[in-house]
Each structure stands twice: as C-alpha cells, then as structure tokens.
Write a protein that binds this ligand. Structure first.
Ligand code: SF4
Ligand code: SF4
Length: 66
C-alpha cells in the first residue's frame, strides 16, 4: 500500500493550530507561527487534520518517493 501524507498549502494556511490539536501522531505543527508543516515520517495519512482545517488547505496525498 502506498503511504499517504498530509500536505499543507503553506500560502493559504492561517496558522490557527487546529490541525496540531487533532493529530493522533503529533505529526503536524505550526512552524514559527506562520504555517503548518507535516513530519512525513510520523504522519499516517489518517485525514483527520484535513477534515477539521477551517481554511481547507490540507490534502492527503501519496507520499513522495525519494
Ligand atoms: S488547521 Fe489548517 S489553517 Fe489551521 S494551522 Fe492547520 S493547516 Fe493551517
Ligand atoms: S493525516 Fe493524520 S497523522 Fe497525518 S498530520 Fe493529519 S491528523 Fe496527523
């Protein structure tokens, strides 16, 4: 199965922090009070953050293959 990660559109994130509170893996945090970033190694792609983001800027995407 392909691993999925939450991806934040930094440009439109309002840094509200709502996603950081609901993530069961503590995989998403607000960087310098500016925008949310996902720790891809921790994120399980559950989609909870995507559903609660008030700005609708989180998408669940297939992880990049490095
Ligand atoms: S919930 Fe959405 S708008 Fe708020 S910090 Fe997270 S990604 Fe940004
Ligand atoms: S998809 Fe799930 S595990 Fe990944 S950052 Fe969002 S809430 Fe956390």
């Amino acid at each position: 199965m392909t691993k999925k990660n939450a991806v934040v559109d930094k440009e439109f994130c309002v840094a509200c922090g709502a996603c950081t509170k609901v993530c069961p893996k503590n995989a998403i945090s607000v960087f310098c009070g500016k925008y949310a970033v996902t720790a891809e190694n921790l994120c399980i792609g559950c989609g909870i953050c995507e559903k609660i983001c008030p700005a609708g800027v989180i998408d669940i995407m297939e992880a990049r293959t490095l």
